[in-house]
Design a protein around this ligand. Sequence first.
Ligand code: BTN
Length: 233
Amino acid sequence: MRFDIRKFEQTTSTNDDARVAGEAGAPAGTVIWAVRQSAGRGRRGRQWESPEGNLYGSVVLRPAGGRSVYGLYAFVAALAIFETVAGLLPEAKIELKWPNDVLAGGKKISGVLLESGGDFLIMGIGINVRHCPENPLYPVTSLAAEMPAAPPVEDVLNRLLGHIGYWDDILTREGFAPLRQRWLAHARKGAMRVRLPNEEIAGEFADLDENGHLHLLLPDKTTRVITAGDVFF
Ligand code: BTN
């Protein structure tokens, strides 16, 4: 995929600009990159604090498989961030947390917000490069906190796009299996709690299935399939 980066000093949310671009027919690979966001969004309507120094980018994608594969792009994003962070922090323990969080030393270092634009997909990614704005739900960290000198945000973006291109290509040509395998090899497993809109369930990681759903082994030895939720350790 060829990436066309459109840089802004400030915007509300790069996902908003990516939607406008997608609706105007922007090709796959169009990237909205902002230095700051005034109304950055997290998952489930949460706020994503966006001071200058971190990475805020949204990529317009037009998957050949159409809407049925949109959900699998959570794993393209997760693996691309994973490879980026692991490449920069070779000494650190980098893990994946279902579905698309990346943890450095057990702390959240990034976030992914996928939104559908109808006939296109918006992959919004935030990576904590220089700051770690407090998150009410999870402990957080940044590249700067984990290494002597964090690289410029633009370098992190270029690495990230390279990995997005790689995993998008694999998903398109070979399907989800290679992504599942790589994700499973680096996922944090074991005991976890999953928060759903109306309940919280405790269990043990059992599997990631071919649809990207989480299989949780419950204390009564039954398995529950989770399609959306927040995981806590
Ligand atoms: C999460 O809650 O973990 C997801 C956070 C996603 C943040 C990124 S920053 C770039 C893009 N623009 C947004 O408003 N959100 C995403």
